[in-house]
Ligand binder design. Structure first.
Ligand SMILES: NC(=O)c1ccc[n+]([C@@H]2O[C@H](COP(=O)([O-])OP(=O)(O)OC[C@H]3O[C@@H](n4cnc5c(N)ncnc54)[C@H](O)[C@@H]3O)[C@@H](O)[C@H]2O)c1
Ligand SMILES: [Fe+2]
Length: 401
C-alpha cells in the first residue's frame, strides 16, 4: 500500500502545529479533586465574586437528581442562579443560541456546567457567545473566540471527554450531518471539580462508553507524532488507571474509588490530547456520531481496534510501551506487545457488551465518511501514518455488519 503524496508536506505542517501548540498561553483550570470537591468549587465560584450564575445541564441529569443539590447549595452560598437544561447529547448549534438568550435575559456573569461532554461543550460555547457577537458557526475552527469567555466553571458528570481541561468544544450541524469543533485556548474553564459522588448513578453502558473515550484520548495522544514527554507521561498514567478501574466502575457503579480514579484519568487524558491531539479513531467516530447518532465514546471504542491494527506498522513501539506500562504484555518484541494491547482493547469491548461491528454503517456511505474523516485528520492530527482514500475505505469496510 502506498502512502499519499502529500504526507511529507503534512508532516512539516504538523511540526509547525506542534510548535504553535507549545507556545499557546494555556491557563490550566484550578482543580478541586476528590469526593466532596463539588462544594469546594461552589465556594470558590462565590468567593471569586460571581453573584449571578447560569447553570447549564440536561434534563436527564435533572431527572436523576444530580443538579438540584448543586443549585440549592449555590443559592445558600448567596449566589443567584438560573438553570438552562435544554442540552441534548451532541448539542446542535441552536441550543447554544437559546442558552445565550437565557444568559442575557438573566444577566449572568459566569457559567457553571454540570454534565457530560455535551453539556460542558455547550456551556463553553454559551460562555463564549456571551462575549463574542458572531454566531457559533463563525467560531468553528482555530482561534476564533477572540473576545474570550465569561468565567466558566465545570463539574463533569461523566469520566470520558476530559472537556474540563481541553481547549475544544464540539457542536453539531444537524443539517449538514457534521460535528464541528471550536478550538481556542480561551475556551479553557477557570476551575473544575472532579468528584466521584456526582458520577455514582452513571449507568454501566454510559460508564463503559465514556471511559473508552478517555482511553482513546490517552492512546491517540500517546501514538501521536506531536506527543511530548509531558503528554506521554499523562497518557501512560491515564491508560494505566483506566485499564485498572474501568471494569470495576462498570461492574459496580457505586465503587467510589474506581469512579474517582476514572475521573482523574479522564482529566489526564484530556490534558494529553489538548497538546498532542487525537487521531483517526476520533476522526471516524465524529463522522459516525454526526451521521448515525452513535454516542461518541461508543463509536471510539468500536473503531479503535481497527485503526490501531491498520497503524501498528508505524507505531508498534509506542503501543508496546502502553502494553508494558499497563501490565498487558511484557513481550520484548514490540509488534507482539503492541498487538496484545489491541487485543486487550477488543476484550474490554467484549466485557462491556460493545459490538465488534458497526450495525448502523452503510456501504454506500463509506466513501463520504472516509473523505470527511481524512479531511478532519489532515492538518489537525499528527497520526502515525496517513491513509489514502482507498485505504480508509478498506478500513471502514472491515467495520460493516
Ligand atoms: N470538548 C472536548 O474536548 C471533547 C472531547 C471528547 C468528546 N467531546 C464531545 O462530548 C460529547 C459526549 O460527551 P459524554 O460522552 O460525556 O456524554 P454526554 O454528555 O452526551 O452524556 C451522555 C448521556 O449520559 C447522561 N449522563 C451524564 N452524566 C450522568 C450521570 N452522572 N448520571 C446519569 N446520567 C448521566 C447524560 O444526561 C446523557 O444522556 C460529544 O459531543 C463529543 O463529541 C468533547
Ligand atoms: Fe473523545
Amino acid at each position: 500500500m502506498t502512502q499519499p503524496i502529500s504526507t511529507p508536506l503534512l508532516r512539516v505542517y504538523m511540526q509547525i502545529f506542534k510548535a504553535v501548540t507549545a507556545a499557546l498561553p494555556i491557563n490550566w483550570p484550578k482543580e478541586f479533586r476528590g469526593t466532596g470537591s463539588t462544594e469546594q468549587l461552589l465556594q470558590h465560584i462565590v468567593s471569586s465574586g460571581n453573584p449571578k450564575v447560569l447553570l447549564v445541564s440536561d434534563q436527564n441529569l435533572l431527572d436523576v437528581g444530580v443538579v438540584q443539590p448543586i443549585q440549592t447549595k449555590l443559592q445558600e452560598l448567596g449566589c443567584e442562579t438560573k438553570l438552562f437544561s435544554e442540552i441534548t447529547p451532541d448539542p446542535p448549534m441552536q441550543q447554544i443560541e437559546h442558552g445565550v438568550n437565557t444568559l442575557h435575559e438573566f444577566g449572568a456573569v459566569a457559567v457553571l456546567a454540570v454534565g457530560g461532554g455535551s453539556v460542558i461543550d455547550a456551556a463553553k460555547l454559551i460562555a463564549a457567545r456571551a462575549l463574542n457577537t458572531k454566531p457559533v458557526q463563525k467560531m468553528t475552527g482555530l482561534f476564533k473566540v477572540t473576545k474570550g469567555t465569561l468565567p466558566l466553571y465545570v463539574i463533569p458528570t461523566t469520566a470520558g471527554t476530559g472537556s474540563e481541561v481541553t481547549i475544544a468544544a464540539v457542536v453539531s450541524d444537524t443539517q449538514a450531518q457534521r460535528k464541528l469543533a471550536v478550538i481556542d485556548h480561551r475556551l479553557m474553564p477557570s476551575a473544575m471539580a472532579l468528584d466521584a459522588n456526582i458520577m455514582l448513578g452513571l449507568p454501566p453502558a454510559i460508564t463503559a462508553a465514556t471511559g473508552m473515550d478517555a482511553l482513546t484520548h490517552a492512546v491517540e495522544a500517546y501514538i501521536s507524532r506531536n506527543a511530548t514527554s509531558t503528554t506521554s507521561e499523562q497518557s501512560l498514567t491515564a491508560a494505566q488507571a483506566i485499564l485498572s478501574n474501568l471494569p470495576a466502575a462498570f461492574e459496580n457503579g457505586k465503587d467510589t474509588e474506581a469512579r474517582q480514579a476514572m475521573a482523574e484519568a479522564s482529566m489526564f487524558a484530556g490534558k494529553a490530547f489538548t497538546i498532542a491531539g487525537v487521531g483517526y479513531v476520533h476522526a471516524i467516530a465524529h463522522n459516525l456520531g454526526a451521521r448515525y447518532h452513535i454516542p461518541h465514546g461508543l463509536a471510539n471504542a468500536m473503531v479503535m481496534p481497527y485503526v490501531l491494527s491498520a497503524s501498528i506498522s508505524h507505531c508498534s513501539k509506542r503501543l508496546a510501551e502502553l502494553a508494558r506500562t499497563c501490565g498487558v504484555s511484557d513481550d520484548k518484541d514490540d509488534m507482539k506487545a503492541g498487538l496484545a494491547f489491541i487485543d486487550h482493547i477488543s476484550e474490554l469491548n467484549h466485557t462491556f457488551n460493545i459490538p465488534l461491528k458497526i450495525e448502523q454503517l452503510k456501504r454506500e456511505d463509506i466513501p463520504a465518511i472516509a473523505k470527511a474523516a481524512r479531511q478532519e485528520a489532515r492538518f489537525t492530527y499528527a497520526v502515525p501514518r496517513y491513509f489514502s482514500q482507498q485505504e480508509m475505505c478498506s478500513l471502514l469496510e472491515l467495520m460493516l455488519p
